[in-house]
Design a protein around this ligand. Structure first.
Ligand SMILES: [Zn+2]
Length: 233
């Protein structure tokens, strides 16, 4: 059976909100995680024609979004990228990481497949925020790797949590995914929150001299499944 349309989900959310006793104080609501679709709009891009969906939730006050291609049908085996926001990489062309190419390649792949989702997760700097990420960059400039830099700033090496992304996926009817990632932790986290990962689709872009050390840390200290050896030049 096909999942309900986004318009239908929004209607149901509005109806739910009409009766929710906590509707005027979402931020302090003690109920378990509550995710709603706030709006949906047409989204033509350089990579293809998508639909963009804005979400709200009662837990982290962040503007997580989805870029959806095509009809999600039965919600099974949806090609998915859960992309952690990286302003410097996604929008400014930073060569310190591989985020920008990963995001744009995911949009290309999903466009080509004709069905899928990029979930843009507002978890900048692996969850520590943009300015703290820049602090970590300064520590990396002084010789520490991205893992140790986060720890020195008083954060876990990876502060991301995937409960909200998983609930967003359930909201639009996604049951199982083929996940574009090199990060086995991301697979485990989504599964822990009830999204079946039927396949991990490797999502490695060619490294270059500026991000090779960063990617090596990802491989060796975060356990990411990266080859890295095909472009040492
Ligand atoms: Zn990045």
């Amino acid at each position: 059976m096909n999942i309900p349309s986004i318009e239908q989900i929004i209607k149901e959310d509005i109806e739910f909100l009409r009766h929710c006793p906590n509707k005027d104080h979402c931020e302090t609501c003690e109920e378990s995680v509550c995710v709603m679709i706030a709006t949906v709009a047409d989204f033509p891009t350089a990579y293809g024609h998508f639909t963009i969906v804005g979400f709200v939730n009662n837990k982290d006050a962040k503007d997580h979004i989805m870029i959806i291609k095509g009809d999600l049908g039965d919600g099974e085996n949806v090609l998915l990228r859960v992309h952690s926001a990286c302003l410097t990489g996604d929008a400014l062309g930073s060569l310190r990481c591989d985020c920008g190419p990963q995001l744009h390649h995911a949009l290309e792949l999903i466009e080509k497949e004709g069905r899928g989702i990029v979930l843009y997760h507002q978890a900048e700097g692996r969850g520590i925020g943009l300015v703290n990420k820049l602090r970590a960059y300064a520590l990396q400039d002084a010789g520490y790797d991205t893992y140790d830099a986060n720890v020195m700033l008083g954060f876990p090496p990876d502060a991301r949590d995937y409960e909200i992304p998983a609930e967003m996926l359930k909201k639009v009817g996604v049951k199982s995914v083929r996940l574009l990632t090199n990060n086995p932790e991301k697979v485990a986290e989504l599964e822990q929150y009830g999204i079946v990962v039927t396949e991990r689709v490797p999502h490695e872009l060619p490294p270059h001299m500026h991000n090779h050390a960063y990617l090596t840390t990802k491989k060796e200290r975060f356990g990411h499944m990266l080859e890295l050896d095909h472009t040492r030049e």
